[in-house]
Each structure stands twice: as C-alpha cells, then as structure tokens.
Design a protein around this ligand. Structure first.
Ligand code: GRF
Length: 203
C-alpha cells in the first residue's frame, strides 16, 4: 500500500511509521511526506529515509479553499492508498476530506470525544482528570469527530504538568499509530456509514 503522511512539526509519529515499514511490520511504503511548514523536522526524517517530500506553505494562497485545492492536487500526485495526518496542524476543507473519506486517518492527543481541538493536555489537567490519552480516528468533516479506531490511555498523576502528560501520551501514540496503519495496509480496516470497522466488526 502507498502511504502519504502530512506533517507540520517534529514528525516523531512519522518516524515510527517509517521504521515499521522498514521492518516489514507495516505491509506498505511511505511514498511521500507533505508539510505546510518548510522547517518541520519531519522533513529531515523523510529525507534520511529516502522519501520524497513536498512543502506547501499557506502564505502562497489567498484562502483555505485555494490552499486545499492545491493540496488535494499535490496529494493526488502521490497516488496514496492511505493518507496519515501526523501532527498536521491545519483544518482540512470538506471537499478534500470527502475526497479521501475512508482513506485518511488522524491521531489526536485526547480520549475522544473528550477534548477536541487544541491544548488537550492542559485541559485534561485543569479538569482534574485522572486519565488521558490518544485516539486514532478516520477523518470526517467534523473536526476531531470521525469514528475512533484505537485509543491508548495514560494516567495523570498529581502535580503533573502538561509537558509530562504530553510525553506520556506521545509514547503511547508511537505504539498505536503504526498498529492502525498496519491494520489498514493489511486490508482489515474500513469506514462504513460513519463507523470504523476492523475485520468487518464495528469498533
Ligand atoms: C502528536 O502529539 C499528535 O497527537 C498531534 O500532534 C503531535 C505530532 O507529533 N496531533 P509528531 O510531529 O508526530 O512528533
């Protein structure tokens, strides 16, 4: 399977996906990495892995619709079977999301449906939650609202700050994201009528 990864930053999730492809655990290949930031460290990771990269900076475009038209065309050039959003910090417009429906996944640092949007770790701490985590989900038009495929839970301890919680969550992201990509590439995952299915069973 052809995997296209979209990033904006460090790309630690990209790295574990690259490593899982190299080891053969994921039966697929990362064929490209697209970033909206020219200085994203994930681009260095991609180049070191010999993967093609593209940068599409928002400054070149007047509005979101123009940007997303160009982005969708660029994405299509890579002929992806699966699009993986890995810290891509832009909201995608409805036509683009619809185009890749059932073939685009995202990782979000909360136990969805809790804490959609930004600053999830601080919000969980402020709410006094004892548990937090990360969710991998299919991307739909509802921001951070598509059907959840897999979640990982971590504890929040008294006195934790957001950085400590974020590090704990990220370690779990690095387990669950490659696993979901593996399932997809094995042909075991699908989105049907707004639900995520693994081996035909609703998750
Ligand atoms: C992850 O924590 C992910 O949950 C969020 O952005 C972060 C990306 O980290 N959406 P990295 O670029 O993969 O290191």
């Amino acid at each position: 399977k052809r995997i296209l990864v979209l990033i904006s930053g460090s790309g630690s999730n990209l790295q574990v996906i690259l490593d899982s492809c190299t080891s053969g655990r994921i039966p697929g290949e990362v064929v490209g990495v697209i970033s909206n930031k020219a200085d994203a460290y994930g681009l260095v990771r991609a180049k070191e892995a010999g993967v093609a990269t593209s940068v599409l900076a928002q400054q070149q475009f007047a509005n979101r619709d123009d940007y997303d038209l160009a982005l969708q065309a660029l994405m299509a050039d890579y002929k992806p079977d699966l699009v993986v959003l890995a810290g891509f910090m832009r909201i995608l417009s409805a036509p683009l999301v619809r185009h890749f429906a059932g073939r685009m996944i995202n990782i979000h640092p909360s136990l969805l449906p809790k804490y959609q949007g930004l600053h999830t770790h601080q919000r969980a701490i402020d709410a006094g939650d004892e548990e937090h985590g990360a969710s991998v989900h299919f991307v739909t038009e509802e921001l951070d609202g598509g059907p959840v495929i897999l979640q990982a839970r971590v504890p929040i301890f008294d006195g934790d700050d957001a950085d400590e919680v974020a590090a704990r969550v990220q370690a779990q992201e690095h387990s669950i994201y490659p696993l979901v990509v593996q399932w997809f590439c094995e042909g075991r995952l699908a989105m049907q009528e707004g639900a995520a299915l693994l081996d035909g069973a609703v998750l």
